[in-house]
Design a protein around this ligand. Structure first.
Ligand code: SF4
Ligand code: SF4
Length: 539
């Protein structure tokens, strides 16, 4: 892993470079790119051109006809996705999106301006697919697809988290995230991808989840958390696995099972489901909610999404509840129906406790756990003691995928305000639709890319620092597994006295369960507010 400069050493230069953008080559250096996909992972999912290579090498070992493959691929996609054709044609280069990207703000590199990022592909489109470009070339911003251009694509389309913030400010609604998705798909045709995307995809395909956890280990981990909960409040929970005939299939990102602080969120799910007596099952086959296929190609996204629904069918459940995840929900909300849906073999979700019918999921048959919990609270079905979270002065990060990908704003805030007494919003232009990305989404949450992650996360961290200094905020909550992991790293770097929480960890803390023993600690084993002395007595 490349050495990451300390926060006060991180130089951000927004000065314009001395050369025009077409004459400024991409320069790869440790810290600004992600490692390429390993051959074994490409082979596992039949991706083209498996080989070992490095962006630092002069020779990227491309197929001899790589230009033809990509241009044919572009032709096919322009025909298939009318939105892509539109995005290639209608940009007027007004610049409204230019300063809206967190990577541009944090790096100062003009090619991280959304308008210029898209131009990297658009310039090739012009040359081969527009009359003006064919006739006038560079005069109208058209250029040949050369190896240098391809290297530039690899650099900058893997410096975009597909967060869609830029699209919010574009008067024409151009979605640069979709341009990035198309460019990544084209690069995949010749074997250009990153291992932090292809590795999880291969693991998911082979073992059911991104982390490659074997079924018995997945089950063991959840049973470990059962023990942990019993140690906190004396309640023994008995989850079931792969149980046919359960009413509901619960699917969450594997990060919740294996990576702190997501594991505490998972404990919250277990406690909630036990307390309300939900008839649900875990699956060791569909043991992943996240979908790194989305960062590879539409086809791969479809393949991975299908697993969850195949498992729901096999187990004979009525519907699916999904855990706190980001891109799982963007895939469900934006793409599932046209890829694998509608899921007519399942039922429209109806809460067995409140009778609420979730018509928003009439087609996908899958609801977000936060909307399920918000509905329980609204109908008075949970006994909650928010004072157990009184040591926390909370703010909330809207994850790009749940915010801009599904408009999910009120439910998380409703739940937080019922389980925490101290809550402060970050500045308006940094939350809800306008939320700033964590800087590590879309498969960029790898160690070797750390410097760019800290740069890209700067606007988010800045807003957290603002409420930290103004209101004493010491806790940042979110509803995405990647965010839980990467915001922890980001906070350690930029705002070290802020800790990251999933919402259902806060629910688990506040939930008063029937028959529980007196709690002295929260789910992390830290003393509850007012219980600090009893902890000392134990010692
Ligand atoms: S989608 Fe997000 S990361 Fe990509 S260019 Fe737009 S603002 Fe930047
Ligand atoms: S805001 Fe839209 S039209 Fe304006 S430069 Fe950006 S992508 Fe082009």
């Amino acid at each position: 892993m490349a050495k990451v400069p300390k926060p006060n050493e991180l130089l951000i230069d927004h000065a314009f470079p001395g050369t025009g953008w077409m004459d400024t080559p991409a320069v790869f250096r440790p810290g600004n790119f992600s490692y390429p996909g390993k051959a074994k992972n490409l082979l596992a999912v039949d991706l083209p051109n498996p080989r070992e290579w490095s962006p630092l090498d002069a020779d990227w070992k491309l197929p001899s006809n790589w230009q033809q493959i990509i241009l044919e691929g572009l032709r096919e996609r322009l025909h298939k996705f009318r939105s892509l054709k539109l995005f290639m044609d209608i940009c007027v280069r007004c610049g409204a999106c230019a300063d809206k990207c967190h990577f541009y703000i944090g790096s100062g590199d003009p090619k991280n301006m959304p308008v210029l990022r898209a131009e990297l592909l658009r310039s090739v489109y012009r040359k081969d697919f527009s009359l003006a470009g064919k006739l006038m070339g560079r005069m109208v911003g058209a250029r040949e697809l050369t190896e240098d251009v391809l290297k530039e694509w690899f650099m900058y389309f893997f410096q975009c988290t597909e967060c869609r913030r830029c699209s919010l400010f574009c008067p024409y609604g151009i979605d640069t995230a979709e341009v990035t998705m198309a460019a990544r798909e084209l690069m995949n045709l010749v074997g250009l991808n990153i291992d932090w995307v292809v590795g999880p995809v291969a693991n998911c395909y082979n073992n059911g989840n991104h982390l490659g956890i074997q079924p018995h280990a997945f089950k063991d981990m959840i049973e470990f958390f059962v023990d942990e909960i019993e140690a906190v409040n004396g309640i023994r929970i008995e989850p079931t696995f792969n149980r046919k005939g359960a009413e509901i299939l619960f699917v969450t990102p594997s990060g919740d099972v294996f990576a702190d602080p997501g594991t505490y969120t998972l404990m919250g799910y277990l406690m909630l489901f036990h307390e309300i007596g939900l008839d649900y099952t875990w699956s060791t086959y569909a043991s992943e909610g996240g979908n790194f296929g989305m960062f590879t190609s539409h086809e791969m996204m479809k393949r991975l999404n299908a697993k969850m629904y195949a498992e729901a069918k096999r187990l004979g459940v009525k519907y699916i509840i999904g855990g706190e995840c980001g891109h799982m929900w963007r895939v469900i909300n934006q793409y599932m129906d046209t890829m694998n849906g509608p899921a007519d073999f399942l039922e429209v979700p109806v809460s067995p406790f409140t009778g609420t019918r979730f018509d928003n999921a009439a087609s996908t048959k899958m609801i977000h756990i936060v909307e399920f919990t918000a509905d329980l609270i609204k109908n008075g079905k949970l006994k909650l003691d928010p004072s157990r979270n009184d040591n926390l002065v909370m703010t909330f990060h809207d994850s790009c995928n749940t915010a801009r990908g599904m408009g999910f704003f009120e439910e998380p805030r409703y739940v937080i305000n019922n389980v925490c007494n101290n809550f402060h919003e970050m500045p308006l232009e940094t939350i809800r639709e306008q939320t700033f990305c964590c800087g590590s989404g879309s498969g960029l949450n790898n160690d070797e890319f750390m410097e760019m992650r800290m740069r890209g996360g700067l606007p988010r961290a800045n807003a957290v620092r603002y409420v930290n200094e103004k209101f004493g905020v010491n806790a940042l909550s979110c509803i995405c597994a990647i965010d839980r992991a990467v915001l922890t790293t980001l906070m350690n770097y930029w705002v070290p006295d802020v800790t990251v929480y999933g919402i259902h960890e806060l629910v688990g803390n506040a939930l008063v369960m029937e028959g529980e023993t007196e709690r002295t600690t929260d789910l992390r084993g830290e003393p509850l507010p007012g219980m600090e002395d009893s902890e000392n007595e134990d010692i």
